[in-house]
Design a protein around this ligand. Structure first.
Ligand code: FES
Length: 111
């Protein structure tokens, strides 16, 4: 099992969950009740799955593709260590990964 820690935007409340090898971070986050919409379901066309990876964990992730970088440019509240959760596949070497929810959450569907 791979431990993942989610940090909420406002209070910085943390929630630690365990995920299976090969799980997609977006799905793990949604199952843990995190407010990530993931509107396009991993098609890299919405950026509502944007998370900010802890600086110390960022280098452990495989590099983002150019498409992902382009979407991150559009993401609201993006930081230097932002990633799209739908593009992160959890592997044992990511054990202990900490990600924070972006502080400004904009609903792409305007609901
Ligand atoms: S779910 Fe849309 S970009 Fe990740």
């Amino acid at each position: 099992m791979i431990r993942v820690r989610f940090v909420s935007a406002g209070e910085g409340e943390t929630r630690e969950v365990e995920a299976a090898d090969g799980a997609i971070l977006l799905e793990v986050a949604q199952n843990a009740g995190q407010p990530l919409e993931g509107t396009c379901e991993g098609q890299m066309s919405c950026s509502t799955c944007h998370v900010i990876v802890a600086a110390e964990d960022f280098a452990r992730l495989p590099r983002a593709s150019e498409e992902e970088e382009d979407m991150l440019d559009l993401a609201f509240g993006a930081a230097r260590t932002s990633r799209l959760a739908c593009q992160i596949v959890l592997t044992p070497d990511l054990d202990g990964l900490t990600v924070r929810m972006p502080s400004e959450h904009r609903d792409m569907q305007g609901r």
